[in-house]
Write a protein that binds this ligand. Sequence first.
Ligand code: PLP
Length: 371
Amino acid sequence: MSIIDSVRKDIISLDFYKAGKQKKSKGKSIKLSSNENLLGTSCLAISAIKKALKNGLNVYPDSKMLELKKELVCFFERNRLTISEKNLVFGDGSGEVIHLLFSLFTTEETTLILPEKSFILYYLQSKSKGAKIVEVERKDFRIDLKEFLNVLENIKGKKIILFANPDNPTSTFIEKEEIEDFLTKIPSDVPVIVDEAYIHFAGMEKSVIPLIKKFSNLIVIQTFSKAFGLASLRVGYGIMNEEIVTQIEKIRLPFNLGKLQQDGAIFALRDKKFLDKTLNFVEKGKKFLKKEFENLGIKYMEPYGNFFFVDFGKDVNDLISFLEDSGITIRHLVDFGYPENFVRITIGLLVHNKILIKRIREFYGRKNQKS
Ligand SMILES: *Cc1c(COP(=O)(O)O)cnc(C)c1O
């Protein structure tokens, strides 16, 4: 017998999370594989973290995160969304919030229902809690809520529904009205988790947050990792019915967010200029890349996040290595279960987007010369 024989079987069979890769190259590298903010980080957030660091780290942080919650409520107010501090749960990235939700709702009899070929973290988190998984077929790559209803009917036992909106990796979007209609058809004991990691790029006014008052089983997840440029700080949160918050608070580690995380997030929320700048460069980048992709005959889905879901047709492996050799990394979606020819490309600043297109043109130019 070995110590490994005592490890839970559902964990032994789990795969590791594969992060978007960053290949080392001599020159400057451009990482377009993890949907990070290529503008950088808010200076206000950085200086708040420096200041907190100066004051030392010997004292425990606020376990209730009162100031951060207050600041987030104000941020939502400025965006015409009304929530209360009592609706909030913070996590070490939104990944931890997902972990907490699965810990709360999952038993061996629970089935997670999610769109096929979704964000890999969802599979790892739910499997590690012993959940069964049912994937719902997509329609033209889009999430198909009608098909969710069909699937739901045939599943016995406890259920959890989870999808990202905007979706990762397809960057497609489902409008609020359609989700509202979907929620009216879901039993109120089935949690419906909507991951809005990319909602800032689609427009905050499109968030389903207002529906939480009407549907006590709706849970919305958001993060500081994307639009706020704080992927490395690790701050995410869930917005949900007060009663769910009460239960989660029993299992959340009391000090899961340190002082640096809390202060960084507070000042990022206050930095309207940085967020505006970010949304602006992503919007411009979308327009630029759409035009260039169209010129090159490259197919893509209309993007709502800060990234494109692209069908390169043939020769994707060669193209990916060609880009990597010139320091550009993009995400090959075979990892997500898509066919060979699909990739995900983060929208960069104009300079990044221009280099990307230049390299793609070079690649196609060389290929044509050869043939
Ligand atoms: C990037 C991303 C997140 C963010 O995860 P964090 O743990 O907050 O960094 C969540 N959901 C989706 C679908 C994402 O793509």
